[in-house]
Design a protein around this ligand. Structure first.
Ligand SMILES: Cc1cc2nc3c(=O)[nH]c(=O)nc-3n(C[C@H](O)[C@H](O)[C@H](O)COP(=O)(O)OP(=O)(O)OC[C@H]3O[C@@H](n4cnc5c(N)ncnc54)[C@H](O)[C@@H]3O)c2cc1C
Length: 472
């Protein structure tokens, strides 16, 4: 059914102020639409947010978030709202082998993609020469295996073993590179998403692998600066306003907050987590959204951030990739934050952290402290002043084989309702990039509804000439 209004008269509501909802709001506000954004919590940012540490009073991220050079939509979003200068670009990745020796991974200046990381990989001496050759063979096959969509199998682990990768190579190379990028183990992640992450991040473009690290707490990135931006662009922002119920007809949407009167809109974008979006849909609307039925197939994966305050500095490196232990990544406090005197804060991130369930806190922090001491001599002498373990059980959905079948498109079968969220059909695993992509796609659907065809989604980094020839 054709809409009654054009864009300049349309009233659009966005429900959910995580990155997906914010990206949709920003894009629509820039296109000239009238938007209201409803967020249940007092702050924007959703899962990408921080808390105020009572011990020091400073902002600490629930879990460190990083992105990569291949995340072109997140980069576009940050440029639009003027926070792109708050990211650090780590081109040299610091790996530490099980023996504690350091190996830096950096693109060779003189080699084009996909060979740019070849010399650095060839120097990973915690793998034997034969193991490094195994890795090179599997990378070649991964490059030459065309996968245009998610065929439903096999898992990364099954495929890699079929390519002759030994248990040690799986543990010391593929797990290290992939588990944090996919937030899933090799035994559960699909080959399709494994290949996507590997090709986009490491093979297609020289800058795809560059680690983009926020130089400030997430709340200082996506909280206050975005609130100011939205105010300046005349977006009506309702934080602390959980929406209790949404109903929609072909030409009108009815939004009921938990308090206050019902509000009428012409279009709504539901940018909520996959496990709660169905709950806010009133029964008549829910009955018209069969695309939500498959969401029960999405399984949550936990990610754990272990926050550690030591009495001495362990390392001045901004990050470290720890091979073969419990700890996966170590991050040092962002340069702009203010440390209380005598305290040195580090965060260890453990993706797909199911194995931590049932282990006690001291056992976990003790094991991590020992691992850090193997790598950084000062950690052995350092006293752990305090620690906090934060696990988000539904941090992301599992990118298991065939999952795309259950991820709905942004424009739903109800013409006045779109969905956004990292779990919608974006072709990406659950990441900030996926969330922003979903927001842009939902905004494109909203614009189309009011007669404006506009492409917001940014393309991938353009593959280099050699990558175009070699990567299928
Ligand atoms: C521990 C952890 C570590 C991660 N690490 C990384 C990383 O390093 N790199 C990366 O790219 N990604 C990472 N991610 C994933 C990333 O955080 C998400 O992909 C992204 O933030 C999802 O954004 P979203 O807008 O889709 O969803 P959300 O952020 O979940 O936003 C949904 C919003 O809806 C709001 N809401 C819920 N119910 C209502 C209601 N009834 N009314 C109004 N509002 C409501 C919520 O409060 C929330 O703000 C991590 C996630 C976690 C949890």
């Amino acid at each position: 059914m054709a809409p009654r209004r054009d864009l300049s008269e349309a009233r659009i509501a966005v429900v959910g102020g995580g990155l997906a909802g914010i990206a949709a709001t920003v894009a629509l506000a820039q296109a000239g639409a009238t938007i209201e954004l409803f967020e249940a919590r007092r702050r924007l940012g959703g899962r990408a947010t921080s808390y105020r540490d009572p011990g020091s009073g400073e902002l600490v991220d629930h879990c460190q978030h990083v992105s990569m050079g291949c995340c072109t939509n997140l980069a576009d979003f940050c440029r639009r709202v003027g926070i792109d200068n708050l990211f650090r670009h780590d081109r040299r990745l610091h790996f530490f082998g099980p023996d504690g020796a350091r190996h830096d991974l950096e693109a060779a200046r003189w080699l084009p993609a996909p060979a740019h990381l070849g010399p650095a990989l060839a120097r990973l001496r915690y793998l034997s020469l034969a193991e490094r050759c195994q890795v090179a063979r599997a990378m070649w096959h991964l490059m030459r295996t065309p996968l245009v969509d998610d065929p439903g199998g096999p898992t990364a682990g099954e495929w890699l073993r079929a390519q002759g990768q030994s248990a040690r190579v799986l543990e010391r190379f593929w797990t290290v590179v992939l588990v944090s990028a996919l937030s899933e183990t090799l035994e559960r992640a699909s080959l399709y998403y494994t290949r996507k992450v590997f090709v986009d991040g490491f093979l297609n473009h020289r800058d795809g692998y560059v680690l983009e690290v926020p130089g400030a707490a997430l709340d200082a990135l996506y909280g206050s600066p975005l609130e100011t931006w939205l105010e300046r662009h005349r977006v009506a922002l309702h934080t602390g306003t959980p929406i209790g119920s949404v109903d929609a007809h072909d030409d009108e949407v009815l939004l009921q907050s938990r308090e206050g009167p019902a509000r009428r809109f012409d279009y709504v974008i539901l940018a909520l987590p996959w496990h709660t979006v169905g709950n806010v849909c009133a029964s008549p609307l829910r009955a018209r959204l069969p695309e939500l039925d498959g969401l029960q197939e999405l399984e949550g994966v936990p990610i754990t951030g272990v926050h550690l305050w030591f009495d001495t500095e362990l390392t001045t490196l901004p990050h470290a990739v720890l091979v073969g232990g419990l700890s996966q990544w170590l991050f040092r406090r962002p340069a702009q934050s203010t440390a209380p005197p005598g305290e040195h804060y580090y965060q260890v991130v453990i993706s797909a952290s199911r194995d931590l369930a049932g282990r006690n806190r001291n056992e976990i922090t003790g094991a991590i402290h020992e691992e850090l001491a193997r790598v950084f001599p000062d950690a052995g002498r350092a006293k752990l002043l305090r620690a906090k373990i934060v696990t988000e059980q539904n941090a992301v959905f599992s990118p298991r084989p065939g999952i795309d079948r259950w991820r709905p498109r942004q424009q739903t079968s109800v013409p006045t309702v779109a969905l956004a969220g990292d779990w919608t059909a974006t072709g990406w695993p659950a990441t900030m990039e996926g969330a922003v992509r979903s927001g842009y796609l939902a905004a494109e659907a909203a614009l189309a509804r009011f007669g404006r065809e506009q492409r917001l989604l940014q393309g991938n980094l353009p593959p280099g000439i050699c990558s175009r020839l070699l990567v299928r």
